[in-house]
Design a protein. Structure first.
Length: 91
């Protein structure tokens, strides 16, 4: 299992990433150990998509990062495959 996740930063920006260990990665962000999000704490987990393997997750992450418009990301947050609520309270 692998994950693509989106964090909403305190400045309103979004951070998109992929990982094999979602809980560990989100904790790394929240502890200020990731360059981009360090100066934008606190961050909120707003999107998680579960995928079968890391290759698929990386491809999907790249697709999301290629979108130029913020509205495209915000539309995706409303989709049924967003399972972020499953991880609230865990990370």
């Amino acid at each position: 299992m692998a994950y693509v996740y989106i964090l909403k930063c305190s400045d309103g920006s979004y951070y998109t990433g992929s990982t094999k260990d979602l809980v560990k990665r989100i904790r790394t962000h929240k502890s200020g150990k990731v360059k981009y999000t360090k100066s934008r704490l606190p961050v909120d987990l707003v999107f998680v998509k579960e995928l079968d393997n890391y290759s698929l997750a990386f491809i999907f992450e790249s697709k999301v990062k290629s979108w130029k418009k913020r509205k495209s990301i915000e539309r995706m947050l409303q989709k049924s495959d967003n399972v972020a609520n499953k991880y609230w309270g865990v990370v």
